[in-house]
Design a protein around this ligand. Structure first.
Ligand code: PGA
Length: 259
């Protein structure tokens, strides 16, 4: 059984003070969660978010990192720095980083490998554009992104990895993939993992859905066999909405236990 993981992606939102308020509001609502609960916050919010979440079950993640330990890379942040602060998770290769900051599958792979070496949990994002979906290329695109992202890792390291399937056309658009589309494509991603790492790899790896997941559609998505959680943008900025999604993941996990 795979423990669900619900991660908020705050993107470029929330001042440190606003972020602390949000986490303080979330703590009592998420305290009985039977899933991992993570808030991925802007770099400057990290120390404040970590202080606010101290002693709770909420983990704090970053939204990116550089693939090297240190050096002359103005404006960049290393995984070593994140680790030293108490960050546990890091989003890698979000489609917005691929689109606006030219991140490639190869960058994603280097970052993921470095995160794992440091003991950080990478949340690796994959997903197709609308043109690719309409062209029937979804399976090839996500399988290829997955293959390159995980290159050089072993089955043991894979246990530490989370993949987020985020169809680009569903991000921030209010258009969600249907439960069936999300389940099916996550099945394709899991099959790609199985192809390279065998059952041990594909059975353990957690794969989230992301893209306009919210308080209204989370129950249906979380009920799908292949979906192990969510990467939540807009709805993670409201404590009540995010807590509703955490509850849906908790209920789905409890149902699995009872089965
Ligand atoms: P959204 O963002 O939930 O606002 O669509 C998801 C994401 O980009 O991770």
């Amino acid at each position: 059984m795979r423990k669900p993981i619900i991660a908020g992606n705050w993107k470029m939102n929330m001042t440190p003070e606003e972020g602390m308020k949000l986490i303080n509001a979330l703590i009592p609502k998420a305290k009985d969660a039977k899933c991992d609960v993570v808030c991925c916050v802007p770099y400057v919010d990290l120390p404040f978010a970590i202080a606010a979440a101290k002693g709770s079950n909420i983990k704090i993640g970053a939204q990116n990192m550089h693939q090297l330990a240190k050096g002359a890379y103005t404006g960049e942040i290393s995984g070593e720095m994140l680790k030293a602060m108490g960050v546990t998770h890091v989003i890698i290769g979000h489609s917005e980083r691929r689109q606006y900051f030219n991140e490639t599958d190869e960058n994603v792979n280097l970052k993921a490998r470095h995160a794992i070496e440091l003991g950080l949990t990478p949340i690796i994002c994959v997903g197709e554009t609308l043109v690719q979906r309409d062209g029937g290329d979804t399976d090839t695109v996500v399988s290829n992104q997955t293959k390159i992202a995980l290159r050089g890792l072993n089955v043991e390291q894979l246990k530490q990895v989370v993949i987020a399937y985020e169809p680009i056309w569903a991000i921030g658009t209010g258009k969600t993939a249907t439960n069936e589309q999300a389940n099916e494509t996550i099945g394709v991603i899991r099959e790609a993992v199985r192809h390279y790492f065998g059952e041990a790899g594909s059975g353990n790896i957690r794969i989230q859905y992301g893209g306009s997941m919210n308080a209204a559609n989370c129950v249906g998505l979380m009920a799908q066999q292949q979906i192990d959680g969510g990467l939540i943008g807009g709805a993670s900025l409201k404590a009540d909405d995010f807590a509703t999604i955490v509850q849906a993941a908790t209920d789905a996990a409890m149902k699995e236990i009872i089965k």
